[in-house]
Design a protein around this ligand. Structure first.
Ligand code: NAD
Length: 252
C-alpha cells in the first residue's frame, strides 16, 4: 500500500483543493508548465479591466477559450478518485480553482468553484468598474455564446440590456466571489486531511486555503509534479502525476 493510501485509509473528512494540474491528464493545459497557456497568450491582456475596455481583448479571450476547451475533455483518474471518496462518505467535497467542470462530470457533488465556471456565461453590465461585475442577471450555458460566435458575431452582447457578455469565471483583477471563499474556508476547517492536487500554490488568496485547513488540525498532502512554496509545511509531498498517484491510492 502506498503512503498516501495508508494516510487516506483512516480519513473521514477529506477535502481536496485542486488546480489546473489535476486536469492536464485530461488534455487541458495548465498555466505555468512548459507549453502551458501563458507561454502562448499574454496574461496582461486578460485582466477584468482590459476585458471591459477592449473589444479586441474580448475577441482574443473567446478564441483562447475555444482553443483550450475544444472537444469536451473527460475527467481522469484523479477526478474519479475524489468522487469515489465522496460517495464512500469519506470526503466533504472539493474546492477547485479550475473552471472546467470536470469534477462534476466525474460525479463529485460538493464542488466549490472559487474561480467560477467556464460552462456558463453572464452579463457583466455595460461599464463595470473596480473589478466588480454589474450585470442585469442574464446568465446562460456557454453553448449559447458559441452559437453566436459561429454565426459571425465576434463580440456578443446581452440580449436583455446590451451589456458585455463574459465567461462566468474570475479574471485577474476581478473581485473574488465572497460566498464561495467563505464556503471554502468553512469546509477546509472541518477536514481531517487536505489533499492539494495540481496547484502551483502561487495564486492568492486561493493558495492560502490548504494552510487554513492545516492550521485547523488537518493533515496536509501535496500532490504536484513540481515543488510548491508550501512543501516544507506538508505532512506528505508527492511529486508525481495526480491521475496515476490517485489511481493507485484510491481506485486500485
Ligand atoms: P498552475 O498552472 O499555476 O499550476 C499547476 C501545477 O500543476 C504546476 O505546478 C504543475 O507542475 C502541476 N501539474 C501539472 N500537471 C500535473 C499532473 N498531471 N499531476 C500533478 N501536478 C501537475 O495552476 P493553478 O495553481 O490552478 O493556478 C492557476 C489558475 O489557473 C487557477 O486560477 C485556475 O483557475 C486556472 N486554470 C484552470 C484551468 C482548468 O480549469 N483546467 C486550466 C488552466 C488554468
Amino acid at each position: 500500500m502506498t503512503e498516501l493510501a495508508e494516510l487516506l485509509r483512516d480519513a473521514q473528512r477529506v477535502v481536496a483543493f485542486t488546480g489546473a494540474g489535476i486536469s492536464t491528464e485530461s488534455g487541458i493545459p495548465d498555466f505555468r508548465s512548459p507549453g502551458g497557456v501563458w507561454t502562448r497568450y499574454d496574461p496582461r491582456e486578460f485582466t477584468f479591466d482590459r476585458y471591459v475596455e477592449s473589444a479586441e481583448v474580448r475577441r482574443n479571450s473567446w478564441a483562447m477559450r475555444t482553443e483550450l476547451f475544444d472537444g469536451r475533455p473527460s475527467p481522469n483518474a484523479a477526478h474519479r478518485a475524489l468522487a469515489q471518496l465522496e460517495s464512500e462518505g469519506r470526503a466533504l467535497g472539493v474546492i477547485t480553482q479550475n473552471i472546467d467542470g470536470l469534477h462534476q462530470d466525474a460525479g463529485s457533488r460538493k464542488v466549490i468553484e472559487i474561480h467560477g465556471t467556464m460552462r456558463d456565461v453572464e452579463c457583466i453590465g455595460a461599464a463595470p468598474r473596480m473589478g466588480t461585475p454589474d450585470g442585469c442577471g442574464f446568465r446562460r450555458e456557454a453553448e449559447w455564446v458559441f452559437a453566436l460566435l459561429e454565426g459571425g458575431q465576434d463580440d456578443p452582447r446581452c440580449p436583455q440590456c446590451g451589456g458585455i457578455i463574459k465567461s462566468a469565471t474570475i479574471s485577474f483583477g476581478q473581485m473574488m466571489p465572497t460566498d464561495a471563499m467563505e464556503e471554502a474556508v468553512d469546509i477546509v476547517q472541518q477536514a481531517d486531511v487536505v489533499l492539494t492536487i495540481g496547484s502551483s500554490l502561487q495564486v492568492y488568496p486561493a493558495a492560502e486555503i490548504p494552510m487554513i485547513g492545516k492550521e485547523a488540525g488537518a493533515r496536509m498532502v501535496i500532490i504536484n509534479r513540481e515543488e510548491t512554496p508550501y512543501d516544507s509545511q506538508a505532512d506528505l509531498v508527492i511529486h508525481a502525476n495526480a491521475g496515476e498517484t490517485l489511481q493507485r491510492a484510491v481506485l486500485d
